[in-house]
Design a protein around this ligand. Structure first.
Ligand SMILES: *Cc1c(COP(=O)(O)O)cnc(C)c1O
Length: 348
């Protein structure tokens, strides 16, 4: 007789976006991966690292990657911990702050994986609904939840909260405010200043989207050294392998390449949003590398299906707050042109 922990037996488990086996035969706009490959310098660094030295353990603290990130963002490396994807960092934040039975919270709709991670830990989950004005509703002053996750820019809707709103929210919480800045590199603003000025603010970042390294699994948290020290106790000691560390360092060093890819994606986003408007879609102004678009008949499933039949993958959510539209990642200009052509065929 196998007896699982009750919360594990009862939980559903997270379902990640669809990754087709014959990926090359699709235009893949469903998981917000980068439209462009990683920097050639990243590939070179990985190849250089992939040798005899692999028999040695990697640096347990990802020191070079933390130093490089610290230089870029203006933090001492003691304020940074690297993770095996930002998902690992999010998990460890819950483990650091929430005991079994404690409460954590996030905004609905946003990234539901926070809830899954909390369930594994045996923490209780509370969600705060977004209003039509894109503000989470009913957060009590002095809210006691141990961790509040704010996805900024929001996923899957793409809008941003103002820094003034975020600072005000941090001041009202008794617990920690984790700002998931997965898409901040596409937004032109971020909350790193709040990490410096407010005690209870943590920012998480990932290399999966803006640095085109979803396949390498690298993320990080930026927070006060006390928080970083706690996260260091919890994580696997060799959480980033040698290849991931080499890739992260090289990616951060090649800012010219990084900025040119981001600029191309932003340009394609502007063009694509204008085309969607011509097709009478409602498009939420986006600060990310995706847009949430609603067709005039508010039938997101029909658009998902029509695109799928034309071998274009986008994301449709069955959640009643989201089922009217689709989330479309921003690809290359050519991919977006073909998507617009497909949407014209499908009809508004
Ligand atoms: C993609 C994504 C992540 C996960 O990032 P990884 O670093 O690949 O684990 C976290 N949060 C949000 C909102 C995301 O969209």
């Amino acid at each position: 007789m196998i007896t699982l922990r009750k919360n594990i037996a009862e939980m559903a488990g997270y379902v990640p976006g669809f990754q087709p086996e014959d990926v090359a035969s699709y235009i893949k706009l469903n998981t917000n991966e980068n439209a462009y490959p990683p920097s050639p310098q990243v590939i070179e660094a990985i190849v250089r690292e992939a040798g005899e030295g692999l028999r040695r353990y990697p640096d347990a603290t990802s020191r070079l990657a933390r130093e490089e990130a610290g230089k870029l963002y203006g933090f001492d490396p003691s304020w940074i911990v690297m993770g095996n994807g930002s998902d690992e960092v999010l998990n460890n934040l819950i483990r650091a702050f929430a005991s079994e039975g404690d409460e954590i919270a996030y905004v609905h709709p946003s990234y539901s994986y926070y809830g899954t991670l909390a369930e594994i830990q045996g923490a209780r989950v509370r969600t705060f609904e977004l209003t039509e004005q894109f503000e989470p509703e009913g957060i009590p002053d002095g809210y006691q939840g141990r961790v509040f996750f704010l996805t900024n820019p929001n996923a899957p809707l793409g809008f941003t909260y103002t820094q003034r709103y975020i600072a005000e929210l941090a001041g009202r919480l008794s617990g920690v405010l984790v700002i998931d800045e997965t898409y901040a590199d596409f937004a032109g603003e971020n909350s790193l200043e709040l990490v410096r000025s407010l005690e209870n603010v943590v920012v998480t970042r990932t290399f999966s989207k803006s640095y085109a390294l979803a396949g390498m699994r690298v993320g990080m948290a930026i927070a006060r050294p006390e928080v970083i020290a706690a996260l260091n106790k919890i994580r696997d000691h060799y959480n980033l392998d040698r290849l991931a560390q080499a890739a992260a360092v090289a990616a951060l060093r090649d800012q010219d390449y990084f900025l040119s890819c981001v600029a191309k994606i932003l340009k394609a986003r502007v063009w694509f949003c204008a085309e969607l408007a011509k097709l009478r879609y409602h498009v939420i102004p986006s600060s990310a590398n995706f847009v949430f678009a609603t067709p005039p008949d508010r039938n997101g499933a029909r658009i998902y299906q029509g695109l799928y039949e034309r071998r274009i993958l986008v994301r449709h959510f069955s959640d009643p707050r989201l089922s009217q539209g689709v989330r479309i990642s921003i690809g290359t200009m050519e991919e977006m042109e073909r998507t617009v052509q497909a949407l014209r065929e499908i009809g508004p």
